[in-house]
Design a binder for this molecule. Structure first.
Ligand code: HEM
Length: 535
């Protein structure tokens, strides 16, 4: 009893004490657990201030890690460049990025140290899922990349491009003819996006497959543009948490399915076109000189498999359609706001080319103002503000800063193209800044002084865009002919936004319509002689 009574009488306090103990124990444990949890997450939240063996620190950068950067990532990069300087670093999940915002640093790293800074990161979405480790653009720096680049360059050197001049010339005529006819000689406003897309697509289809589409409403135009847009959406260097958080790669997310679907779509579309070219060759038809024909003839010797061939031809369309078409759209979005610039261009065309015929490739050297307009459009609306990032293959120290192996290297084109010192009054669209610059983009990229390079829209170093010669020629033919043919006007009730854009990195303006007013009486005759060829 005695022994039990205290228990009976003291059961309340004892229970309370016990509960308190349990509570204290639980609370302490919980606190420990929470503290441990917070600490274990810290490395995923804060940047890792890695140092080299010698103790050299990374380039400075924001203290937090990011999973992705939202729309308009160039604005964030521009802000960080002003805070942390022209070479800064940022962690995206578990991936270190080093961002270059200065032409001299770009040259030092991408060109002078090209042996170290010319690879590509094996991104889960872009390289593994969509391109399946194949296409030139995503290949790591090595023998396979060299082989694919050599095969592609057979069609992209200045000499090879000259042999396609008749194709580019014809497609530019068709572009202008379509704008003239579809706008009913300027009486109906047009959204020119599909026409620009078809122009760039037909040029790439002729070079890749020796074929073309014969209407802007062809399903292939729609599909190619849709695929290019989807590619941009899924592969922007900052856009995917799935690339930076490996656990997400194992989960069946919508993002992962979209990537897989795009891979299959590429094989379907380009595989079918490749097979069509092969069937034409097998039946004895003469297929014009083109990349597919070369691959069919040399594929065995080059040891290329089916996916290699599909992806190599796909990359011309992926690399060359949306970019060129995006620049044409930016030109059309900008030019109506600058009647004085249009008038100056018309004056140059009248003086140099006259009104009896429109400009041809040979006229380019005699039209410095038209060339200046094109360079200025590329500067102020580069169709990708981050280019295609490179990746380092060795540890490197630069100006007292450590850049580890496997770092993603990004050119911050927005900041580079708005550098006050290189481009005074950088936010103003002013083609005059390029008067006196007689170099092509390819020649300009080779200048010893990087501050004199025209712009960096085609990237730099060993991975510089191999399509820049053809792209420059396409842009010249299209823009000079549009200016020769039309006065381009905005619609008073439909303002065109030059700030916003579609997609992840500045590629195309928001949809807009303009009026294409025929400029003079020579226009009708120039357009009337053009016939649409079937594919
Ligand atoms: C105005 C039009 C174009 C622009 C602004 C442009 C821009 C670029 C940029 C910034 C790069 C990455 C360069 C680097 O890594 O530093 C690139 C790569 C590439 N471009 Fe273009 N491009 C254009 C047109 C074309 C055309 C017409 C083609 C095809 C004929 C093309 C095919 C490629 C390919 C295959 C690559 C990957 C090269 C490699 O990784 O080695 N591009 N382009």
């Amino acid at each position: 009893m005695l022994s039990s009574s205290p228990v009976v009488y003291s059961s309340g306090p004892v229970l309370l004490t016990l509960l308190n103990l349990v509570n204290t124990y639980t609370v302490t444990n919980l606190s420990i657990f929470l503290v441990a949890l917070v600490f274990s997450f810290l490395p995923y939240i804060f940047r890792n201030n890695l140092t080299s063996d010698k103790g050299t620190a990374l380039p400075p950068g924001p203290p937090l890690r990011y999973a992705f950067l939202r729309k308009y990532p160039e604005r964030v990069l521009h802000k960080w460049a002003s805070t942390y300087g022209p070479l800064f670093s940022v962690w995206m999940g578990n991936q270190l990025f080093v961002v270059i915002s200065d032409p001299k640093i770009a040259k030092d790293l991408l060109v002078t140290q090209g042996a170290i800074f010319s690879s590509r990161k094996n991104y889960f979405m872009k390289n593994e899922t969509i391109l399946a480790g194949r296409a030139l653009t995503g290949s790591p720096y090595g023998d396979k990349w060299r082989q694919h680049r050599r095969l592609a360059m057979q069609f992209l050197t200045p000499k090879a491009v000259a042999s396609f001049d008749h194709v580019l010339d014809y497609e530019a005529s068709i572009l202008v003819r379509s704008l003239y006819n579809e706008s009913k000689q300027g009486s109906l406003p047009l959204d020119a996006a599909a026409y620009c897309g078809r122009y760039a697509l037909n040029n790439m289809l002729m070079i890749s497959f020796g074929t073309r589409t014969d209407s802007s409403s062809s399903p292939l135009v729609e599909r190619a543009i849709e695929h290019a847009m989807e590619f941009m959406e899924l592969t922007g260097p900052w856009s995917n948490a799935i690339d930076f958080i490996p656990a997400l790669q194992w989960i069946p997310t919508r993002m992962r399915s979209r990537g897989r679907k795009l891979h299959k779509d590429h094989l379907d579309v380009y595989g079918d076109m490749y097979l069509a070219a092969k069937a034409r060759m097998d039946s004895g038809e003469i297929v014009p000189e083109c990349l597919a024909r070369t691959l069919i003839e040399t594929g065995e010797k080059e040891k290329l498999d089916w996916e290699d061939m599909c992806m190599l031809t796909a990359v011309f369309t992926l690399g060359g359609v949306h970019s060129t078409s995006g620049l044409l759209q930016w030109f059309l979005a900008l030019i109506p706001s600058y009647p004085d610039i249009q008038a100056k261009a018309h004056e140059e065309l009248d003086r140099v080319v006259g009104r009896d015929q429109w400009p041809h490739v040979e006229d380019e050297v005699r039209l410095p103002y038209i060339r200046a307009i094109i360079k200025e459009v590329q500067r102020i609306h580069s169709p990708s503000w981050m280019g295609t990032p490179h990746c380092s293959t060795e540890d490197f120290e630069y100006n007292g800063m450590f850049i580890p192996k496997d770092t993603v290297i990004v050119l911050n084109l927005f900041t580079m193209h708005h550098n006050e010192e290189r481009y005074p009054d950088p936010y103003t669209f002013n083609p005059d800044r390029y008067l006196g610059d007689d170099l092509s983009c390819a020649e300009s990229a080779k200048l010893g002084d990087p501050m004199k390079r025209d712009h960096w829209a085609f990237g730099g170093g060993r991975r510089i865009c191999p399509g820049l010669v053809v792209a420059e020629r396409e842009l010249f033919l299209a823009i000079s002919r549009i200016l020769w043919t039309f006065n381009v006007h905005a619609l008073p009730t439909e303002p065109i936004s030059l700030e916003e854009y579609e997609g992840m990195s500045g590629r195309t303006p928001m949809p807009f319509r303009v009026r294409f007013e025929p400029q003079h009486e020579g226009v009708h005759e120039a357009v009337a002689g053009i016939e649409e060829l079937s594919c």
